[in-house]
Design a protein around this ligand. Structure first.
Ligand code: NAD
Length: 368
């Protein structure tokens, strides 16, 4: 059994803008080391397309073992058109799925927060999104993305059949529901659980298990159930009705992307993928911005590093028990925005456009 080293942070910048945004996270970690003596041990390695180019696979065993030893993995992004022709099992994205699955990172947390300073960046009316603060808890290692049988096979008449299997067990549902209820207690104490229990048996089981866990252990949290398609509609109609949304892997994928756009920019939103705590209270976790490798802007120094920096704030809070430091970092981001600093993706009238590294430096100067 490989032990988790408590202060070990593994940086996996990956492809495209990944290295640019993770470089800013590294500056922030170094700042905490230098100024707050937090002695994080930083390690850095290859993942995704860049690993494929060097080693012929998107995640080597060596990097995987480093990941197993690290309390925090900070991932940039993987993939890009350069690797479109690579065979499926060696695609950059397979590295992510392997890390999530093998490290058993079953709970994906995606906050969708609308920054007051950027209310106008949303495509929805300001009064609909102003003050928005939702947390989506998505199950990440089960459901249709992993279920067996799967594949494409020939059938009669020269046709082919594509098969994926949507499956959940009680324990898979209960462990992620517990995360959602526990987090709701630290927020507005409300969970809305989303599935398609009207047409899917796995959805019916989801609803029943969430309800019985609630009735047994979380009576003090307000729980309601919503069909996932209705949730998609309600998110654009009246998003502020939500506090914590609990949902499965497939619906969570869609709903969290939809929620992210309520806030205006992909470049602002962090995420955390958490595993279970062992008996010593140790947990593996990976933190990453929700955006991809943005090949269209890679290498230009214009990527927004805020999503990655806020991902590190989540790491401070959830993996390292440093709530005060997490708050300070989030506040520093707000203050840089208050000063009118904007990367290109969120630029608007009368604001000052800054590069990726200038935004990182400004946030660090606010930490001082
Ligand atoms: P994307 O998130 O990379 O980009 C979508 C749009 O948002 C682009 O116009 C991009 O310039 C912009 N954008 C994204 N992040 C930004 C940032 N930090 N600052 C400023 N602008 C930003 O999505 P895509 O174009 O669909 O995918 C590109 C590649 O990334 C694909 O190969 C895809 O598979 C991969 N991808 C990886 C991850 C991941 O590593 N977790 C997630 C999604 C997509």
């Amino acid at each position: 059994m490989i032990k988790v080293k408590k202060r070990r942070v593994l940086l996996l910048p990956g492809d495209g803008i990944g290295p640019e945004v993770i470089a800013e996270v590294k500056k922030v970690i170094n700042w905490f080391n230098d100024k707050k003596s937090l002695d994080f041990e930083i390690d850095e390695d290859l993942v995704g397309g860049i690993s494929f180019d060097k080693h012929g696979i998107p995640l080597t065993d060596e990097v995987f073992y480093k990941a197993l030893e690290s309390a925090v993995i900070m991932l940039g992004a993987v993939g890009g058109p350069k690797w479109d022709g690579v065979e499926f099992s060696k695609k950059p994205e397979r590295a992510l799925l392997k890390l999530r699955k093998e490290l058993k990172l079953f709970a994906n947390l995606r906050p969708a927060i609308c920054f007051e300073q950027l209310v106008n960046a949303s495509t929805l009316k300001p009064e609909i999104v102003s003050g928005l603060d939702i947390l989506i808890v998505r199950e990440l290692t089960g459901g249709v993305y992993f279920g067996e049988p799967r594949g494409i096979k020939p059938i009669e008449n020269g046709e082919r059949k594509g098969v994926n299997t949507h499956t959940y067990t009680s324990s898979e549902i209960i462990r992620v529901a517990r995360v959602a209820f526990d987090l709701a207690k630290k927020r507005s104490n409300r969970v809305i659980s989303c599935e398609k229990s009207n047409v899917m048996e796995a959805g019916q089981l989801w609803k029943e298990e969430v309800q019985s866990l609630h009735d047994k252990d979380y009576k003090d949290v307000e729980l309601s159930h919503m069909l996932a398609d209705n949730c998609a509609m309600q998110l654009v109609r009246n998003p502020k009705q939500f506090d914590v949304i609990l949902t499965d892997n497939l619906f969570g994928d869609m709903l969290s992307d939809e929620a992210s756009m309520l806030t205006g920019s992909l470049g602002l939103l962090p995420s955390a993928s958490l595993g279970a705590k062992n008996k010593d209270g140790e947990m593996r976790a990976m933190y990453e911005p929700i955006h991809g490798s943005a090949p269209d802007i890679a290498g230009k120094g214009v990527a927004n590093p805020i999503a990655s920096i806020l991902s590190f704030a989540m790491a401070l809070r959830y993996s390292l028990d440093l709530d005060k430091e997490a708050e300070a970092l989030e506040k520093a981001v707000q203050e840089a925005l208050n000063d009118g600093l904007r990367t290109k993706d969120i630029m608007s009238d009368k604001m000052k456009e800054v590069s990726t590294s200038q935004m990182g430096d400004a946030i660090i100067s606010k930490l001082q």
